[in-house]
Design a protein around this ligand. Structure first.
Ligand code: HEM
Length: 495
């Protein structure tokens, strides 16, 4: 039996990162237990933020959509995005060179809905961040039904979908008095919630159909701003009746919110949706004991590994602590740590795993048959030498004295490290990553060895900093992209 994922083939930094964020990432902590904030919930704020970002889409010319253009649109009258600055700052911590703010906003929706007990929306990654504001096309409550139908058509949703999408959005949160004093007229109310439950559930539907709704966009004193009433009743309540079934509500909202977060400019391609974790093999509860072996094959030279592969057992096994999404799926898994000593001459071409259970054939985890192939030129031209690198200075900014090995003579080599720091120190959006280029200096403390010359640069670490390392050797350029310093730092010794 061979285990593999139809979506995922290693290496794929984007899908690996998205998978890890979904099932183990920190984003969900902020929205867990439908966390309240400012008399509404963080979940409601994140869902509205994402809808406003996406509302710039225009199906007619394929522009706009969920592209983080909202970072440039916060001064708009209909914005009123309470706590958005704090959210962007938090989201910025999770961005990488290949997973930007728009992906974080979309991921926020998936966590927000689960955080309030709603369904799990399959997540795709690959959005591209805009660099300017989009058109002002967020619907406003005083606009008439025809305007709303046209705005939703431009965003890619027909009339029935418009009704359901608004209901799926307005099942959480409410209208803030200070932002909309003509809608919420009682100044003692902070937020007038759309329904009686903070949960992502169909109370918004049942209360509307029972005429007990408190949604001020349905029954508020100002008739002009009863936009939810005009929308919900626009097809004689047929769609609302349909959504009364909790299963239909859940399935419809999953499909529409997935479409909402996947509404991107037509030039952007998203990954297939991630519906199950592929970063690890899920424990089968029927197997009481699982014995995992890592195997690998030679790259070149006289074979050192037997034909069945060299092998090593894990030196440590730890339970995986899942995010609220993993918890909602009832996942349980363990992570095995291996320390494989690879012969320097024969090297490694690929690795794979075998899981042995007492009562059945071994399960082979081999990346869909190919194994986990390690691409490398026969003579490794450039690598980050983690064993020669050291951590210097602790405290809030850890500094690493990185050592890079480059094949060739010092006289013919120039090199640099480009650092990507997701966290921005900007006081206002846009929160863009800090990208810096640092020159590599000849490393006097590590004399040349085995044809390699060693170079060094000091780099400071913030969470998930990524590096590109570039060397020019006698006119030929070599680049190592997206080196994850956070992971590498686990192997770098302090000075
Ligand atoms: C005609 C379309 C819509 C109109 C006129 C409208 C209007 C409004 C208004 C006036 C508020 C109060 C905002 C505040 O006080 O800060 C609000 C809140 C909200 N809207 Fe909409 N909305 C529309 C569609 C949607 C859609 C499609 C979604 C998402 C799928 C959505 C999600 C939300 C959420 C989650 C909140 C609560 C925010 C919070 O509690 O902080 N809305 N909407």
């Amino acid at each position: 039996q061979s285990l593999s994922s139809p979506t995922f083939h290693w290496p794929n930094p984007l899908l690996s990162y998205a998978d890890q964020q979904l099932y183990e990432g920190p984003v969900g902590i902020v929205v867990a237990n439908c966390n309240p904030r400012d008399d509404t919930t963080v979940s409601a704020q994140w869902l509205r933020l994402a809808y406003h970002d996406m509302a710039t889409h225009n199906v007619d010319d394929g522009t706009g959509g969920l592209d983080a253009s909202i970072m440039y649109e916060l001064d708009r009258a209909q914005a009123n995005l309470v706590d958005a600055l704090e959210d962007f700052n938090g989201f910025a911590m999770g961005i990488t060179p290949f997973f930007g703010m728009a992906d974080m906003i979309a991921l926020g929706v998936v966590f927000a809905v689960v955080g309030c007990g709603g369904p799990i929306i399959p997540f795709s990654a690959g959005r591209v961040d805009a660099t300017v504001a989009g058109p002002a096309t967020v619907p406003e409550p005083q606009q008439d039904l025809a305007t709303h139908i046209e705005l939703f058509r431009q965003q890619g949703f027909n009339e029935t979908e418009m009704i359901a999408l608004v209901a799926c959005g307005h099942t959480i949160g409410g209208v803030t008095q200070v932002d909309f004093p003509t809608i919420v007229t009682d100044p003692s109310v902070v937020v007038d919630t759309f329904d009686t439950t903070p949960a992502f559930d169909n109370a918004i539907i049942s209360e509307y159909l029972q005429n007990t709704t408190q949604d001020v966009l349905v029954v508020g004193p100002n008739i002009t701003t009863r936009s939810d009433f005009r929308i919900f009743s626009s097809d004689g309540n047929v769609t609302m009746q349909n959504l009364l079934s909790p299963d239909t509500f859940s399935e419809t909202c999953t499909a529409l919110l997935q479409r909402m977060i996947n509404t991107v400019p037509s030039t952007v391609n998203l990954t297939d949706p991630i519906t199950e974790p592929f970063g690890y093999i899920i424990n089968d509860p029927l197997f009481s004991y699982q014995d995992v072996t890592m195997l690998w094959a030679d790259q070149q030279g006289d074979s050192v590994c037997p034909s069945a592969g060299c092998s090593v057992q894990p030196y440590n096994t730890q339970p995986v602590s899942f995010s609220i999404i993993g918890q909602a799926m009832g996942l349980a898994a363990t992570r095995d740590f291996f320390n494989a000593t690879i012969n320097a001459t024969s090297s490694i071409s690929k690795f794979w795993f075998e899981i042995n259970n007492d009562d059945s054939d071994p399960v082979v985890v081999d990346n869909g048959g190919s194994g986990f192939v390690i691409e490398q030129d026969p003579t490794l031209s450039l690598f980050l030498d983690v064993l020669r690198s050291v951590g210097v200075g602790g405290g809030p900014t850890v500094v690493f004295r990185l050592v890079v090995a480059i094949l060739g003579d010092a006289a013919s080599i120039t090199g640099s490290i480009t650092t990507f720091e997701p966290f921005s120190f900007a006081a206002a959006p846009p929160f863009l990553p800090e990208i810096n280029v640092i020159s590599l200096e000849l490393d006097e403390s590590n004399p040349p060895e085995g044809g390699y010359t060693f170079f060094t640069a000091n780099v400071s670490l913030v969470p998930s900093i990524f590096l590109d390392i570039t060397a020019n050797v006698g006119g030929v350029t070599y680049t190592l992209e997206n080196v994850d310093l956070n992971t590498a730092s686990n192997f770098i010794r302090p000075v």
